[in-house]
Write a protein that binds this ligand. Structure first.
Ligand code: CMP
Length: 138
């Protein structure tokens, strides 16, 4: 499973009704959806997912935001999935996200930035298994 990435449609985008448009955008960009669910994370779950950022000044705000409502984690497959998907979503800060990227179209701020994408193949595998068992990935 090297051609996968893990995305989360974040609570801001779900609350604003953008879930369907974002999924269409992802499929239109050539990704196959291998697993998907809607969940509402608690502090432990969101903190565990972003454990690598635990010492960063924005960690508590990030956990509050990610637990503020439901989100939609998905496992996506495509050749070169991690790098290509980061191109599809755009820069972390939507002010810097290229025209037509998901964050350019749907994100409001560096925190409420609509969508997550794994930053390496190793993290993609770790993040996919954080939300899905092997049996849930088709
Ligand atoms: P994401 O790609 O999900 O990974 C970590 C998240 O932390 C990032 O998107 C942002 O939404 C959030 N974040 C909040 N503040 C910052 C910041 N100052 N720098 C980087 N990421 C931030």
């Amino acid at each position: 499973m090297s051609n996968i990435t893990l995305t989360i449609i974040k609570p801001d985008a779900v609350a604003k009704g953008h879930t369907g448009k974002i999924i269409d955008h992802i499929i239109g960009a050539g990704f196959k959806v291998r697993a998907m669910k809607m969940i509402h994370m608690n502090d432990r779950e969101a903190g565990g997912f972003y454990d690598v950022h635990r010492e960063r000044p924005f960690f508590n705000d990030l956990v509050s935001f990610m637990t503020s409502g439901p989100c939609v984690p998905m496992v996506l497959e495509k050749d070169n999935a991690v790098t290509d998907f980061r191109g599809v979503i755009g820069a972390t800060n939507p002010k810097e996200a290229a025209e037509g990227t998901i964050r350019n179209l749907y994100a409001d701020s560096i925190e409420a930035n609509a969508i997550h994408g794994s930053d390496s193949d190793e993290n993609a595998r770790r993040e996919a298994s954080y939300f899905f068992s092997e049996l849930e990935i088709f």
